[in-house]
Design a protein around this ligand. Structure first.
Ligand code: ZN
Length: 505
């Protein structure tokens, strides 16, 4: 009974997914609402839910159904079930997920969880003392487990490719090396020229922006971009994030009365993630067709709204009067050009999360290069600070004075999250490539934005990206939508067109 088997598979996948959404909600609540002394109870709740979720996602019945359906697919042949038919996509992707859950022994999963918890605390302590050597043994162990994990999944000869594929399906270290090399070659001269420019953005011109008004303004902006607040909300947390799926998207932001652009742009960034999740086909929620296509694609959506759209003159043509209406006294002495330059500030920093969109890619290239060498054995963990500092000087023109501003600045490696950083930069490239494509389709998009209308852009993204779910791997999706392989040339062109007129005139 193939139809019944397929329906049963969908039921089981949706059940596992639903448990995941409950866990996500608990995680959101932990960062937004949880009273300080309730953490232990929440830890118990989360642990139980993780157990239920694992049992649900690894149910032997899923494996049996997949094997049966895969057999039928093979029998049917490509002429009857094209590779990208809905059913084929669900079976192919569900197999990938299922293998990742069942091929890792329970002891291994528990060991990795224990290590991540210990490594997180070790990292925080090492960072406070700026002492990499205190964190190094944990990182070594994580590296070992990452290689072991790859071997369990059948990628023993290519562990870093496995780590990359987990975040961006189909991507490899070799492909990324080629993309990043080209990007770096174009980017470094631009960055050096801007650094030498007498034009400097001033961000110390903003003072005393009340949080309530900031909240009201970013709500107006994000709603106009297309976020559906009947299926989502925005709250406050220490670090902004976007959590949730389908009908319930929880975004967060943070507020600083002297830096209104920080909360505005981080909210727009999370809105890009939220719009993607809201645009995934609701009817397919819980199956791979209703899920996002990976980290890089996700990041392309957040970056496109945050950078290409919201740092543009057309965007500010519409929103500047509203911004001024909300904050008339605070902005009285700030000219339009000063405001626009502050929106497009470029200034080198050692810290990735504080970086502007031009330098950001260099921070990512640095981390990718370190990870690539670690996995290939060219670099030993103990030599990481020296390698980091040398790359930092080469790429950013800055050398960290201490490990906490260098190799210890990011939390990712304490959780063993290798292969995650490249997604940020792949997302930036993709965002720019989509941006040039959509403006080829709608050359007058700026006029829409200047009138406060973002619906044509959103509609195009809905059709071409959001509604595709996990149908295509990253590279295939880009090729289908833009007619070209993923390339850094559009990101370089975009950065040149945006920043040269401001800084290199
Ligand atoms: Zn993001």
């Amino acid at each position: 009974m193939p139809a019944e088997s397929y329906e049963r598979l969908i039921t089981l996948l949706k059940r596992a997914h639903t448990l995941g959404t409950v866990a996500g909600l608990l995680g959101w609540d932990e960062q937004v609402n949880l009273p300080p002394d309730s953490a232990d109870q929440r830890a118990d709740q989360s642990a139980l839910l993780a157990e239920l979720q694992h049992a649900s996602a690894s149910a032997p019945e899923i494996g049996t159904l997949l094997t049966e359906l895969e057999g039928r697919e093979r029998g049917a042949g490509p002429a009857i079930t094209p590779f990208f038919s809905e059913q084929s996509v669900v079976i192919r992707e569900a197999r990938k997920d299922y293998d990742r859950v069942v091929k890792l022994p329970a002891e291994f999963v528990a060991e990795k969880a224990r290590l991540s918890s210990a490594a997180y605390h070790a990292w925080a302590a090492a960072k406070a003392k700026s002492d990499f050597s205190a964190f190094a043994p944990f990182l070594e162990k994580h590296l070992e487990l990452a290689k072991q994990e790859a071997a369990y999944l059948g990628w023993g000869d290519r562990p870093y490719d496995y780590a990359i594929d987990k975040h961006d399906p189909g991507m490899t270290a070799a492909k990324i090396t080629a993309l990043f090399t080209e990007l770096k070659t174009g980017l470094v001269p631009l960055v050096r020229a801007i650094a030498a420019s007498p034009v400097k953005a001033r961000t110390d011109i903003f003072h005393g922006f009340p949080v309530a008004e900031q909240h009201a303004f970013l709500r107006e902006v994000t709603e106009r971009l297309g976020f559906n607040y009947r299926r989502g909300r925005i709250d406050v947390s220490l670090h902004p994030f976007c959590e949730g799926a389908g009908a319930d998207i929880r975004m967060t932001t943070r507020f600083d009365v002297d830096n209104p652009l920080d909360s505005l742009f981080s909210s727009i960034h999370e809105t890009g993630h939220g719009l993607y999740e809201q645009g995934l086909p609701l009817a397919a929620q819980g199956t791979p067709l209703g899920q996002n296509a990976g980290m890089g694609v996700h990041e392309s959506q957040s970056r496109l709204w945050e950078n290409q759209v919201s740092r543009s003159r057309a965007f500010w043509a519409f929103f500047e009067p509203q911004f001024r209406a909300k904050f008339p006294t605070q902005l009285a002495a700030v000219s339009s050009e000063e405001l626009y330059l502050a929106v497009n500030e470029v200034a080198p920093t050692l810290i990735r999360v504080d970086s502007d969109e031009v330098h950001y890619n260099l921070h990512v290239i640095l981390r990718f290069e370190i990870e690539r060498r670690l996995f290939s054995g060219e670099l030993e963990v103990r030599d990481l600070p020296a390698a980091w500092n040398a790359l930092s000087q080469e790429l950013l023109g800055l050398t960290p004075a201490a490990d906490k501003q260098g190799v210890l600045q990011d939390v990712h490696w304490s959780g063993g999250a290798f292969g995650y950083f490249p997604s940020y930069c792949l997302g930036n490239m993709m965002a720019a490539q989509l941006w040039f494509k959509v403006r080829e389709v709608y050359p007058d998009l700026d006029a829409d934005f200047a009138g406060g209308d973002f619906s044509r852009l959103l509609g195009w993204l809905r059709t071409n990206i959001h509604e595709q779910g996990r149908r295509y791997e990253t590279g295939e999706l880009v090729r289908r939508v833009t007619g070209e392989e993923l390339t850094p040339k559009y990101l370089l062109r975009y950065l040149q067109e945006r920043y040269a007129p401001l800084y290199l005139k």
